[in-house]
Design a protein around this ligand. Structure first.
Ligand SMILES: Nc1ncnc2c1ncn2[C@@H]1O[C@H](COP(=O)(O)OP(=O)(O)O)[C@@H](O)[C@H]1O
Ligand SMILES: [Mg+2]
Length: 332
């Protein structure tokens, strides 16, 4: 397996109106191997989208990169020029968003927009070949009557169809990595299942980074899981490790909050409290104010990251020897 993306101690923050920089992403480390799907999970506000946008080189102007590297096939994306990033974006790495209307232009036909992506990155392609590729791509994402549909405008498409059109646009250049940021969240259950099927098939031709707060989606699609909390990777590992042997109290909380076959009408568990704003992050473990196992040092000192297994890592004081004995007993 070869490594497609590797975050190495990547940190970034935002400059506020007074010029002070507030850190969000702190020492992010994880990697994406070729041909695999990695799920990025965590509640809203944990930094998942900023992680995606950092790969794409599409960060807002107030962002300050504080350190580290984001390697794509071994070279640092953070050191690439604007032009170099434009070459990579769309061709090598593509992204689909929650709201397809933000990615689609209302004044151009769907077919034109999907073809544009190809034209930009492969300018020598003939008009006929572009046309053929667009129709084929629309077919692949399950749009019926692709010839007629290609001539229509975004407003003539339903929400689910727009989502597929956006996926077609992202896939036409056959990128090595597709980033799907909450791409199924706004869809109804049937369409969501179809889009998930589509993404599953993508793994045959490339890698997938699935950003979601829905662990069900992750279980369906992903080989590995990265759990983020308030800008830090608190746990990462194989799907099995994270689902069957979660170690971080936050991961356990997320697991307990998934509806199961037997949970029926019972009220679902939710982790008490909410993700803090970047100005109010705890000095030590950022999850400590919400953690039922919180020790004194959790408030003051950033927990080291412990390697539990080959690819299973956790950033929590409780997992260090001699700490959190009660917690271990609870680790069922
Ligand atoms: N332009 C911005 N300026 C300052 N802070 C921001 C900005 N955009 C995002 N943030 C902060 O970054 C946090 C994480 O954002 P985001 O990556 O969108 O999280 P997620 O995708 O996990 O919901 C937000 O909760 C907010 O505090
Ligand atoms: Mg987001």
């Amino acid at each position: 397996m070869s490594r497609l993306i590797e975050f190495k101690n990547y940190s970034m923050g935002f400059r506020d109106e007074d010029g002070r920089v507030h850190n969000l992403l702190d020492n992010i480390c994880f990697s994406i191997e070729e041909g695999t799907a990695v799920g990025i999970v965590g509640e809203s506000g944990c930094g998942k989208s900023m992680t995606s946008l950092s790969i794409m080189g599409l960060l807002p102007p107030s962002v300050v990169i504080q350190g580290g590297e984001i390697l794509y096939k071994g070279t640092d994306l953070l050191k690439k020029s604007k032009t170099e990033m434009q070459e990579i974006r769309g061709k090598e790495i593509a992204m689909i968003f929650q709201e397809p209307m933000t990615a689609l232009n209302p004044v151009h036909t769907i077919g034109f927009q999907i073809g544009e992506a190809l034209k930009i990155h492969f300018p020598d392609t003939s008009k006929e070949d572009i046309q053929k590729a667009v129709i084929k791509q629309l077919e692949l994402v399950g749009i019926p009557n692709p010839e007629a549909r290609a001539m229509q405008y975004p407003h003539q498409f339903s929400g689910g169809m727009r989502q597929r059109a956006m996926i077609a646009m992202a896939l036409i250049c056959q990128p090595k990595l597709l980033i799907a940021d909450e791409a199924t969240t706004a869809l109804d259950v049937t369409i969501q299942a179809q889009v998930l099927d589509l993404m599953k098939r993508l793994k045959e031709s490339g890698s997938l980074m699935v950003v979601t707060h829905n662990l069900g989606v992750v279980a369906e699609l992903c080989d590995e899981v990265v759990v983020m909390y308030a800008g830090r990777v608190v746990e990462r590992g194989s799907l099995e490790a994270i689902l069957d042997h979660p170690l971080h109290p936050y991961t356990k909380g997320l697991m307990a909050a998934i509806p199961t076959m037997t949970s029926g009408d019972e009220e679902l568990y939710t982790i008490p409290g909410s993700v803090p704003n970047i100005e109010n992050f705890e000095k030590g473990c950022r999850f400590s104010p919400r953690c039922e196992y919180c020790l004194d040092k959790c408030k003051d000192d950033v927990p080291p990251t412990k390697q539990v297994d080959d690819r299973h890592y956790v950033q929590c004081w409780l997992t260090f020897d001699g700490e959190g004995a009660d917690y271990d007993n609870n680790n069922s």
